[in-house]
Design a protein around this ligand. Structure first.
Ligand SMILES: [Zn+2]
Length: 175
């Protein structure tokens, strides 16, 4: 399927299909194989669906010997999308414009025993780039998924809007 060229609101209103969820799962599991977690030995698999309909798996979680620099699976998936230009939107002009709210969904594969929910840090990171309709899709160990709006996982958020950052990356001073 090609890139979805409809306006962002029309794209966000469209339900996420079974095929898209299956693609997210495949991307998450394939990406996880590329990660690095010698300390926790706890591999996490995540993938991102953008408003344009593209799917990105990151490298799962990537750990660091000092622990605090560890990158989580949601982060590597979002960064994979950004590295492919998800932040850029060409509106028929030669110069691409910023498309900050590009995340439609973030998928988290189950460990097989438990569902994985995003940690607080990842909720904040996803929020930075999430469309208001963005959802987190958590695979359930028994099969199927639990889908929760990211806005429910981030009540009373501190985010770009708090600092007056607009969707196109410009800033409107709010104090
Ligand atoms: Zn996390």
């Amino acid at each position: 399927m090609g890139q979805d060229v409809r306006p962002p609101e029309a794209r966000a209103a469209r339900p996420i299909s079974r095929r898209q969820i299956d693609r997210l799962r495949s991307a998450a599991l394939a990406g996880r194989e590329q990660g690095w977690r010698p300390y926790s030995k706890f591999p996490v698999a995540a993938a991102v669906l953008t408003l344009k309909g593209k799917t990105y798996g990151g490298a799962g979680n990537v750990e660091c010997a000092n622990y605090t620099l560890t990158k989580h699976a949601e982060e590597t998936a979002v960064l994979a999308a950004i590295a492919d230009g998800a932040l850029l939107r060409s509106d028929g002009t030669t110069e691409p414009t910023v498309n900050r709210k590009f995340i439609r969904a973030v998928y988290l594969a189950s460990t097989g025993k438990d569902k994985i929910t995003p940690c607080g840090s990842c909720r904040q990171f996803m929020w930075e780039f999430a469309h208001h309709a963005a959802v987190v899709i958590m695979e359930l160990p028994a099969g199927g998924e639990e889908t929760v709006p990211l806005a429910e996982l981030m009540p009373k958020p501190f985010g770009p809007e708090t600092l007056g950052i607009n969707d196109d990356g410009s800033q409107t001073p709010n104090c």
